[in-house]
Design a protein around this ligand. Structure first.
Ligand SMILES: Nc1nc2c(ncn2[C@@H]2O[C@H](COP(=O)(O)OP(=O)(O)OP(=O)(O)O)[C@@H](O)[C@H]2O)c(=O)[nH]1
Ligand SMILES: [Mg+2]
Length: 184
């Protein structure tokens, strides 16, 4: 892994917290592509990502982890493969407050399965604090058998320690020698 470009992608449905997560974690000002939401997304939130979010997190030994947040909307799915190219891992954020979280989980695990097979996966379950949201345990149990060996954490995308733990778990699965610099 030494001196290679270390990149992860953050995937998941609209509103699961991908843009928020990149902004919460990044050491540099995030390069984002948010626009005012239109059509059905407008009912869920004001802004939506149309291409990507980009930020970095310091790793030990002056190395950087490059983080690419993907758009959640299916009409921008051509960006998923592009952003995922050569990544070392996938963070999948799942919105526990979405009524159809099971379908969303299955859909995104399916779409990213080739990439996950080539790299790795950690799942972050967001919005368990929302009224009527599914419990963390329910979401974890909805993950299909083939992905059960990967780490799953309850996270709030606005809370940096939650995300750092998730990313550390992802990196640990990839290579226990990679360390995240958690001092910042
Ligand atoms: N209550 C609650 N809100 C959260 C949590 N995590 C993130 N949020 C909020 O949920 C919203 C997520 O919005 P984004 O980060 O734009 O979502 P996204 O996944 O980038 O969505 P798209 O770009 O449209 O695919 C933000 O308003 C966050 O503040 C959580 O754990 N609990
Ligand atoms: Mg976004």
């Amino acid at each position: 892994m030494k001196n290679s470009y270390q990149k992860i992608v953050i995937a998941g449905p609209v509103g699961s917290g991908k843009t928020t997560a990149v902004n919460t974690m990044s050491d540099i000002p995030v390069v984002g592509t948010e626009v005012k939401a239109s059509d059905e997304t407008k009912l869920l939130k004001e802004n939506t990502t149309v291409a990507m979010d980009y930020g970095t997190v310091a790793l030990g030994g002056k190395q950087k982890l490059h983080i690419y947040g993907t758009p959640g909307q299916k009409r921008f799915d051509f960006m998923w493969d592009m952003l995922g190219e050569n990544c070392i891992g996938v963070v999948l954020l799942v919105d526990a407050s979405a009524k159809d979280f099971k379908e969303q989980l299955a859909f995104f695990l399916g779409k990213f399965s080739d990439l996950i097979a080539k790299s790795s996966l950690a799942v972050g379950v967001t919005k368990t604090d929302e009224p009527g949201a599914a419990q963390f345990r329910e979401v974890r149990e909805a993950i299909s058998e083939e992905f059960k060996r990967y780490p799953v954490f309850e996270v709030d995308a606005r809370h940096k320690p939650d995300l750092m733990l998730l990313v550390e778990a992802l990196l640990f699965v990839i290579d226990p020698k990679i360390q995240v610099d958690v001092s910042g």
